[in-house]
Design a protein around this ligand. Structure first.
Ligand code: PEP
Length: 246
């Protein structure tokens, strides 16, 4: 399967920064196909701007969240229908920052995933343990509960991507060992095969302090089908180096 490298810009970039960043990626991608799909997920307000710049290039566009409802009295909300209308093909859902800061539960994440699918968006569903979970030996049971609770039963390999993101590795510069990554990704693969149609075909991304130095090793792990990149997706140099490190 063709791997995916996704950039989660989080709440970063003003118009000029985002434009320059994505224009640089379009330029690099026009010279070389690195053998993976490349996705950028800017803040909602920049989606139109970024969509204009990537138009005609193979760079893909996604958002970082969506509301579970389509329309209505939800002040500040952005729906999956709006994202689709804005040119997005993807949406990150259940990121640990939203689970922690916005009290998002597995049930809410699964409702958002269903809304995304109903609007032809591919959802990137994030799961991952805290350091407390890992120290307690609960990593596999935690990611299992999140996966089965956050991904609707009718999800398939075309409309859903899983991202394993250990909470303690996000933005910290710490990464699990390749053995630890292998253990979790293999477990997720078995769960996908046992619970979903085409479970063997789902892409499972790794995310958490991925950078140009560690990407090659992490991306060579079996059942790692790409990366979800935060901090290192904010410069062309770092992000492109990750994209070309397969
Ligand atoms: C993320 O937040 O999805 C992420 C992987 O962040 P970072 O790469 O900065 O750890």
């Amino acid at each position: 399967m063709r791997p995916l490298i996704a950039g989660n810009w989080k709440m970063n970039t003003l118009r000029a920064d985002g434009s320059a960043l994505v224009a640089g990626l379009v330029e690099q991608r026009s010279r070389k196909d690195p053998g993976c799909d490349i996705l950028v997920c800017p803040p909602f307000i920049s989606l139109g701007l970024i969509e204009d710049i990537i138009s005609g290039s193979p760079i893909l566009l996604g958002a970082q969240d969506c509301h579970k409802e389509e329309f209505g009295a939800y002040t500040g909300g952005i729906s999956a229908a709006m994202l689709s209308d804005a040119g997005c093909g993807f949406v990150i859902l259940g990121h640990s920052e939203r689970r922690a800061q916005n009290y998002e539960t597995d049930l809410l994440v699964s409702q958002k995933v269903s809304a995304a699918h109903a609007n032809d968006l591919v959802s990137i569903v994030c799961v991952g343990e805290t350091l407390i979970d890992r120290d307690a030996g609960s990593t596999l049971s935690v990611v299992e509960e999140q996966l089965l609770g956050s991904v609707p039963k009718n999800a398939n390999a075309k409309n859903t991507i899983i991202a394993y993101e250990p909470v303690w590795a996000i933005g910290t510069g710490k990464t699990p060992t390749t053995m630890q990554i292998t253990e979790v990704h293999d477990h997720l693969r078995v769960l996908l095969e046992n619970h979903f149609a085409e479970g063997g075909g789902f892409r499972i991304l790794y995310g958490g302090s991925m950078n140009s130095s560690n990407a090659g090793e992490i991306l060579s792990v079996k059942n790692v089908n790409g990366g979800l990149v935060g901090g290192a997706s904010l410069t062309v140099k770092d992000f492109w180096a990750i994209c070309t490190s397969f």
